[in-house]
Write a protein that binds this ligand. Sequence first.
Ligand code: SF4
Length: 388
Amino acid sequence: MDVADVCIINACTLTENAERDIKRFINQCRSKNPGARIIIAGCHGEVYPERDYGADLLIGNREKFDISDYIHLDGTIRGKDNSTSIEKAYIKGVQAGKTRFFLKIQDGCDRFCTYCVVPFARGRPRSRPVDEVLGALKALKAKGIKEVVLTGIEISAYRDHERDINLKGLLMLLEESETPDRIRLSSIDPLYIDDEFIEILRESKKIAPSIHISAQNFSDKILRLMARHYTGDYLIDMINRLIKRVDGIGIGIDIIAGFPSEEEDDFIKTCKVIDSLDIYYLHVFSFSPREKTEASKMPHHVPGNIKKQRVSILKAIDRKKRLSFYERFIGKKAVIIPEAKIYRDNLIRGYTDNFIPVYLPYKKTLENRLIEVKIKGLKDGLLIGEEE
Ligand code: SF4
């Protein structure tokens, strides 16, 4: 059996689970590749440089992109300033025929929400200049990529300072530029979703009507403790405006369960509100205290078993929401972009613009094309479509 000489763990640090994963990966690497050098790269080293868990080398985010310069060294290496410019987008190496590409347009955050370790890991906000974003999108179109997701730590903080263009300005420019057919946005701050933003989404021929909102909670008390600067009523109103104005929009919501001081009543209120909203899905997180954050030092932490219960209640609401969102589109037509991957029963999957996965019988000619389908119905939990 071949063994690796070097094992690189690109390590997240967002939750306690991420930390457990690092230790597990190190053990796996050691047992499968005795004698290999072990390197931990990325956010973990930025926030907890003293925790190397026996790895030979620990490097930060900046060093990770020049890893060949450091690979033979030992110890901990990370620059003092982790707010350096965003790494180059490597379009040249992109495989032709790939369906979706994640283009980072923004990095860093300085908002310091009380539960979040990201500002320590990623440094201050900075953005890829507009010309670079447009150039990358043009090159991706030439490569045959059909869908691009614009990503960032907090894309609402996007700003090209030289040209004085923010995210809304960038989205308007995309409309007139050469880009792949479909543009998606990664998760976004609720406060950025104002009438102007909703109008841009509504009018756009390219930006997918699917949005992932980092709401985190609907209780005013918890939102205040999290240092999120909006209220539950603001969220409800904004989400209802989105639903009313953007036809068929698929709305996903991040929710943190078990934040310190979250009482049963706060949790029930959040569940009731979510239940009443016509959203697509939830991403549920269990509150995870991270050293250095304000929330880790707060009193009244919620016991682990209660957090678990709350997570499973929210996950049940998520399953219900997804199903009823799918059902709304049965019998309707949609455009999907099938990926080059076969699932069970010889099915191929493509997403609609509002991010519904639709499955079709596999045909090579369907891969990576915009295909109009009719959504026929659910079979074993999968939405089955038929070519129109
Ligand atoms: S939750 Fe988002 S906005 Fe708040 S500090 Fe973390 S990255 Fe920044």
